[in-house]
Design a protein around this ligand. Structure first.
Ligand SMILES: Nc1ncnc2c1ncn2[C@@H]1O[C@H](COP(=O)(O)OP(=O)(O)OP(=O)(O)O)[C@@H](O)[C@H]1O
Length: 449
């Protein structure tokens, strides 16, 4: 992104080339031996464009990706005063000039409203790296004059990536709530004045939107998470040009050191022969490890001046941008399985299995005789129940301890069977007796019931 254009030192050729021509000064012969033209191929050039277009071309894709579960980073890099804070946060003077962060927050909540088949939870954090110290810009309660809490650590865990232990995450439910937190964090930022910028950021700031989304379908145990980092780096500065001294000089040295480590990390990432990338040399590169070469959709905005006086810084920024363009990241959807939901689903499956077996039981009872549905009684059980019935009938017992009506029916069925057998035997006996006594004409009376 180009802040200003002066004379003919800068030229952008739509859509992605920056050509720089340095007019030779005839008084400086040494400089005349230096190259005077440079050309940089980038992914796009934003020149004389509105903040709305900057967001549409630089921020929207990362924001929409974050809502789908991809980590995203938009990072502004460049010389002090070149417009990084203007690009990222925007001007407080008018709503139209708001930058990428407020527009991203607006889009996140608009999408949350639209995607009603999902539930979203959104949290915000705001980290500042000042003189190699991590500062939580949102740690002090609203209205408190306490200094922001310190003592945080950059950590890395498999499956979770890089995170800051001790950094507070604030839940937000609307664009308004989110903007209030952003402004609160902005108030806590360390800002100084020097020759090139009266409101110069003296630190690196990482505003992160943490998004978690779950499908409203109850049977879905999966959920996705993502982190959207919106990064405003402190400006690289030539100490002589900014006229820094005292505390300002110390800050400038820390800023330059961390930016030079950032360049080293990018050089290593862009070089495929290098297998070690020095991420841990500074907190900035460690905190941005995923964004620089890992699981993230990353966009770098290189902010430059269009002035001949800043040509060296402009060239250095564009060289950094060209190297960054060669770095490959590997974004993947951060999908997780919820163990509590798995347990709930397992219980549900068990209940459904039981219901199904009851249903099968009912169906087969209608189709098959009851004796086939139940386990038949053993001979001993039948004998026991029969003796109980006998004792009840002859008055020696007052009750029968029958387990169920079904068993009783079975016992009676057995009694009936035995009675039928006895009847058959009696019939046979009767016939024999009848045959033997027929000759004697003697009458034998057998009563059968
Ligand atoms: N595209 C632009 N249009 C209008 N004003 C701009 C633009 N870019 C930057 N400015 C103004 O220039 C000044 C410096 O910009 P800004 O603070 O964003 O620079 P910076 O790169 O963040 O600097 P530092 O690294 O020192 O913090 C601010 O007053 C800002 O409003």
């Amino acid at each position: 992104e180009v802040k200003k254009k002066k004379k003919n030192s800068f030229k952008s050729v739509w859509p992605s080339t920056v050509n720089i021509h340095n007019r030779k000064d005839p008084r400086n012969l040494a400089l005349n031996n230096q190259p005077s033209s440079w050309s940089f191929q980038l992914d796009g050039v934003l020149h004389h464009v509105s903040q709305e277009e900057v967001y549409a071309r630089v921020g929207r894709r990362a924001v929409l990706g974050a809502l789908e579960g991809y980590n995203g980073t938009v990072m502004c890099f460049g010389q002090t005063g070149a417009g990084k804070t203007y690009t990222m946060t925007g001007s407080t003077e008018s709503y139209k000039q708001r930058g990428i962060i407020p527009r991203a927050l607006q889009e996140v909540f608009q999408q949350v409203e639209k995607r009603c088949e999902y539930t979203f939870s959104v949290h915000l954090s705001y980290l500042e790296i000042y003189n190699e110290t991590l500062v939580d810009l949102l740690s002090s309660p609203r209205g408190s004059s306490d200094p922001p809490a310190r003592g945080m650590v950059v950590m890395e865990e498999p499956g979770r990536g890089v995170f800051i232990r001790g950094l507070t995450l604030h839940p937000v439910h609307s664009e308004g709530e989110a903007l209030n937190l952003l402004f609160e964090g902005e108030m806590n930022r360390i800002i100084g004045a020097h020759a090139l910028n009266k409101n110069s950021s003296r630190s690196h700031c990482i505003f992160t939107v943490h998004i978690e989304s779950r499908s409203r379908t109850l049977s879905d145990a999966k959920y996705v998470t993502s982190k959207l980092n919106l990064v405003d780096l402190a400006g690289s500065e030539r100490l002589g040009k900014t006229g820094s001294a005292g505390q300002g000089l110390k800050e400038a040295m820390y800023i330059n050191k961390s930016l030079s480590f950032l360049e080293q990390a990018i050089l290593a990432l862009a070089d495929r022969r290098r297998d070690h990338v020095p991420f841990r040399q500074t907190k900035l590169t460690y905190a941005l490890k995923d964004a620089l070469g890992g699981n993230c959709n990353t966009v770098l905005v290189a902010n430059i001046y269009g002035e001949a006086a800043q040509i060296e810084e402009t060239l250095s920024t564009l060289r950094f941008g060209s190297r960054m363009k060669r770095v490959q990241t590997h974004p993947t959807v951060n999908e997780h399985i919820d163990p509590a939901q798995i347990k709930k689903l397992e219980k549900e499956v068990q209940m459904l299995k039981e219901e199904l077996s009851i249903y099968h039981g009912l169906v087969s009872r209608q189709a098959v005789r009851p004796s086939n549905v139940y386990e038949p009684l053993s001979d001993a059980q039948v004998a026991e129940i029969q003796s109980q019935v006998r004792r009840y009938l002859n008055g020696t017992s007052k009750e029968i301890s029958i387990i169920s009506i079904r068993q009783l029916q079975e016992v009676f069925a057995q009694f009936k069977l035995q009675a039928a057998k006895v009847k058959a035997q009696l019939c046979q006996t009767y016939n024999l007796v009848e045959k033997k006594q027929n000759a004697r004409s003697a009458g034998v009376k057998v009563i059968m019931e």
